[in-house]
Design a protein around this ligand. Structure first.
Ligand code: NAP
Length: 328
């Protein structure tokens, strides 16, 4: 039993639950019952975002869980600042909108969703704003605006000062941008949330973050599964069908999903698997009663293919008519 891995200490002193439920693509009608069910199974951490368009429904689920007897203090709620709200004039309003939708007074963690700065879209025009500037235009596209990351970070720090959020962090940043951020941050970024799975291990980024007291959260911890239905991955790339990881799973009497999550947590990352399937919900939190051997950890590390599924350089052009690389 490795209970010591159930939480990771953040530089702020807070304890960050190492498994969270990802809420991207979970339909509104599912969340009000899924969230209390997750809490009853032992989940306390919920990963949300303005862009997922379902924070009101997440809020209903949180309200039920709290009505069932869970204390707000025992829950960890993360949300994210969308790309259209990076200008300091919009950061607080965006955070307050997520808080109001979620039915909360304070977030445990607020992240900048992407190092992507898009033109402001007012709430009354469209919420969530998504990627297009004007969906009705003849040739809809993303509209880039110039907002220095340092300006956005300053506004994020003010959210901590105002007590609206306990911790702030980033998503989808590489080492160079984090190094720059650390040169001016008054409040330390405690988390970098990035795509990470056995086919994209990002060893250098993980090590750099560890050396700088930034906890890495692994999104899409199952790799292709989330992206096949979006035509952003091939069926043949599914981790669940990989014979090498299947073999490791058989050896422990665990599922491939549990092996992927245990590997993530054992290498020191938080993982936020999404599921709306009851059996998966139960399975994905049951990873604290076994330990992967050193050689199996190395074997999974060596499955790396540097395969990134969530890449604006690809989907920006394919889905939003705009070439917008951020990782190259
Ligand atoms: N910061 C960012 O830019 C960013 C980007 C992407 C994602 N995220 C966050 O990360 C979360 C997780 O990533 P993700 O949603 O892309 O993908 P994921 O969690 O890696 O995979 C989800 C897929 O795996 C299936 N699944 C879940 N548990 C399973 C199990 N035990 N066995 C077999 N299949 C299983 C799900 O189907 P079922 O629902 O049927 O189980 C779904 O199809 C998101 O929900 C979101 O909160 C953040």
């Amino acid at each position: 039993m490795s209970d010591s891995l159930s939480h990771f200490a953040l530089k702020s002193g807070d304890q960050f639950p190492s498994i969270g439920l990802g809420t991207w693509k979970i339909p509104d009608e599912v969340l009000p019952t899924l969230i209390p069910e997750a809490v009853s199974l032992g989940y306390s951490h919920f990963d949300c975002a303005c862009d997922y368009g379902n924070e009101v429904a997440v809020g209903e689920g949180l309200k039920s869980a709290i009505a069932n007897g869970t204390s707000r203090d025992d829950l960890w709620i993360t949300s994210k600042l969308w790309n259209t709200f990076h200008h300091p004039d919009h950061v607080r309003a965006a955070c307050e909108r997520s808080l109001s939708d979620l039915g909360l007074d304070q977030l445990d963690l607020y992240l900048i969703h992407f190092p992507v700065t898009l033109a402001y879209v007012p709430f009354k025009e469209r919420y969530p704003p998504g990627w297009f500037f004007d969906e009705e235009a003849e040739n809809p596209a993303m509209k880039h605006v110039k907002v220095p990351y340092s300006d956005t970070w300053g506004a994020m720090e003010e959210l901590v000062d105002a007590g609206l959020v306990k911790n702030i962090g980033v998503c989808n940043l590489g080492t160079a941008m984090i190094r720059d951020l650390l040169s001016y941050a008054r409040i330390h970024p405690v988390v970098n949330q990035v795509e990470m799975h056995p086919y994209l291990t990002q060893q250098n980024l993980l090590r750099f973050c560890q050396e700088n007291e930034i906890v890495t959260t692994a999104f899409s911890p199952f790799g292709a599964s989330s992206y096949v239905p979006l035509s952003m991955a091939e069926d043949s790339e599914r981790l669940f069908d990989d014979p090498d990881i299947q073999k490791i799973a058989e050896g422990y009497g665990k599922t491939v999903g549990q092996i992927a999550l245990r590997w993530a947590v054992q290498r020191g990352t938080v993982a936020i698997p999404k599921t709306q399937t009851a059996a998966h919900l139960k399975e994905n939190i049951e990873i604290f009663d076994f330990e992967l051997s050193y050689s199996d950890m190395l074997a999974i590390d060596s499955m790396n293919r540097d395969r990134r599924f969530n890449d604006p350089a690809e989907f920006g052009e394919a889905a939003f008519n705009t070439f917008y690389p951020i990782f190259d």
